[in-house]
Design a binder for this molecule. Structure first.
Ligand code: PBG
Length: 327
């Protein structure tokens, strides 16, 4: 065959590789999840997520300012309240913990995108994602509360609301409620394709959830790709501004298909179990954590994610900075 094809020509040195690299990681397209704990006086390490901390409520403002100075531009807030109740209704109080941490976060760092995770699993005693009736989460009762919680968060200063409860119709219910309050500029980041995954378990320790049940009656079964695509199409039709795939790294096939089928920005959530797997493997000395971090995130991006939610965001941005944006 002539001319002779030699792919190694463009791999010869770093400058050639960088010139032709198809996928780059950019610090502005990461979202860093943060756990804010009402019970703590000082930050506390999360054993299930090496390198991550529960942040004491009083420390949150200065912590966010530090993250902003490091280059983080978007955070996803999870609250760990002092008191939980049967249906999670304490999260709906105007002067309550959830509204307060969002307001304080926005006030401390007005330029930072503050994203609220909207669900009830941190606020119910059972750890269920909504109102339970006869042992099952009731879809439509939960919808009403979710819409109220999203409005509360937007009014408290959330730039984006991110419903993660997986109730049918939640995007539409939230869109209607936001618009009714004049909050038509608040985008909805829909957890549209959220699989029922065992990879969320380190998160449950992180938020102090004592959940013993199963989310199979509302989250998507992982063997099903048509159902996953349908969920995402429905959320788009209901008015979502972002779609999401979660867990990201296990579902690159779905992520890729969704990204080719929609014009909306697609977000990928590299979840707690994915992060913990890499961290504990690195601790055992069998993986280089920086290399594994960069590879896992670049491949998620290559599959079609525009934005990535990851517990690595802070470490990645530091590495990008150190290496002049070439990782
Ligand atoms: C709330 C929520 C969960 C996660 C994000 N939002 C837990 C769940 O659905 O059980 C998991 C995030 C992670 O594992 O990193 N519903």
């Amino acid at each position: 065959m002539f001319p002779s094809t030699r792919l190694r020509r463009l791999r010869r040195n770093a400058a050639l590789r960088h010139l032709t690299q198809e996928t780059y990681l950019h610090p502005h397209q990461f979202i860093y999840p943060i756990f804010v704990d009402e019970n703590l006086k000082e930050n506390k390490a999360i054993a299930s997520l090496p390198g991550q901390y529960r942040i004491a409520e009083a420390v949150l403002p200065q912590y966010l300012q530090q993250l902003y100075a490091e280059g983080i531009r978007a955070v996803l807030l999870f609250g760990i309240p002092k008191k939980k109740d049967a249906d999670g209704l304490l999260s709906l109080e105007k002067e309550g913990f959830l509204a307060r941490i969002i307001h304080n976060a926005k006030t401390a760092t007005p330029e930072m995108l503050i994203i609220s995770d909207n669900c009830f699993c941190e606020y119910t005693q059972s750890g269920d994602c909504g109102v339970t009736r006869k042992g099952c989460v009731d879809n439509d009762l939960t919808l009403k509360n979710l819409a109220q919680q999203a409005v509360l968060c937007a009014q408290a200063g959330a730039d984006i609301v991110a419903p993660s409860a997986m109730m049918d119709g939640q995007v539409q219910a939230i869109r209607k409620a936001l618009d009714k309050e004049g909050l038509y500029e608040t985008p909805i980041m829909a957890y549209s394709t959220k699989f029922c995954s065992s990879f969320y378990s380190p998160f449950r320790e992180a938020v102090d959830s004592h959940f013993l049940g199963h989310r199979a009656s509302y989250q998507i079964p992982f063997p099903n790709s048509k159902e996953a695509l349908y969920e995402s199409a429905l959320d788009e039709a209901e008015g979502a501004d972002f779609l999401m795939v979660k867990p990201a790294g296990l579902n690159l096939d779905i992520l890729h298909q969704i990204s080719t089928q929609t014009q909306l920005p697609v977000v990928a959530y590299q979840v707690s179990g994915e992060y913990a797997s890499l961290q504990f493997a690195a601790q055992a000395g069998v993986l280089d954590i920086d290399a594994a971090m960069v590879e896992s995130l670049t491949c998620i991006k290559r599959a079609g994610a525009r934005v990535i939610i990851t517990y690595f965001a802070r470490a990645l941005i530091k590495l990008l900075e150190e290496q002049g944006n070439h990782v």
